[in-house]
Design a protein around this ligand. Structure first.
Ligand SMILES: [Fe+2]
Length: 263
């Protein structure tokens, strides 16, 4: 893969995304959110790629995977009006269908196509299947870290604006009920140093605990350092109730982060 290939793919992505914008700022908000997110995940992917000294062509591959990881989001929102996969469709699979239908990856070599498609497919899975190894695994894991770093940015920006009185946005909050409650399941997973399971997410607070627990799913030292540097976990924690249970669960995640960031 050559840098000019990536330029052509970027052009395709821009043209494709543009067909979903209506010109009405309010209606376009969720589309804009995913478009901007994609470009920042590309930046993160490039940064993380450089930190693990990938070859030039591998950096292009991880950037390509970043460019297309959420390409399914546009149709998902247009056709189902939600970003909740459970209520609509797996947006990673839908993205692969979009890429296939438009023959977007045809300019890549077969092996490169497999790497990009794998990374897109597993970016939102619980984990990358253990049978996947080598470059394919490394690039899929890099994309997952790059994606999480930006989701943390999006949600912390949003929680901050919410505290300043901005109205709720169901595209970010996934329509979960807000209130002082944290579910026991979500709290105990985090307190035991594990990720929060999706079935335990019943309230917006649980969703915030889930986002804090993603620290247990990061892979690359540079990702831990960036997360620590940006302070996303503490920003999320500030918006949670200040109970002992919450502080203990969040405290454990913070200790883990500091430990991994110092490696
Ligand atoms: Fe995604």
């Amino acid at each position: 893969m050559e840098p000019t290939d990536l330029q052509r793919l970027r052009k395709w992505f821009d043209d494709y995304a543009r067909t979903f914008f209506t010109g009405n700022d309010r209606a376009d908000g969720p589309i804009r959110l995913k478009y901007d997110h994609t470009l920042r995940v590309c930046d993160n992917a490039r940064m993380l790629g450089a930190s693990v000294s990938l070859s030039d062509s591998e950096v292009l591959l991880v950037e390509t995977a970043a460019l297309f990881h959420d390409v399914g989001r546009f149709r998902q929102y247009r056709d189902w009006g939600t970003f909740v996969d459970r209520l609509s469709v797996n947006h990673a699979r839908l993205g692969l269908q979009v890429l296939g239908r438009h023959r977007v990856l045809d300019l890549l070599a077969v092996e490169e196509r497999r790497i990009v498609a794998g990374a897109v497919c597993w970016h939102n899975a619980l984990s990358v299947p253990s049978r996947v190894g080598g470059r394919r695994r490394r690039i899929a894991l890099l994309l997952r870290d790059a994606d999480k770093l930006d989701i943390w940015k999006v949600v912390t920006d949003y929680y901050r604006r919410r505290m300043q009185g901005q109205e709720r946005d169901s595209a970010v909050e996934l329509s979960l009920p807000d209130g002082d409650v944290c579910s026991t399941g979500a709290l105990s997973s985090l307190a035991e140093g594990r990720m929060v399971r999706l079935p335990d997410v019943r309230t917006l607070n649980d969703f915030k605990l889930l986002q804090i627990g993603w620290v247990y799913d990061l892979n690359f030292p540079a990702a831990f350092r960036l997360l620590d540097q940006y302070g996303f976990l503490s920003s999320i924690a500030e918006t949670l109730p200040k109970t002992d249970n919450v502080q203990q669960a969040v405290g454990r995640a913070m200790v883990y982060l500091k430990h991994r960031a110092a490696e």
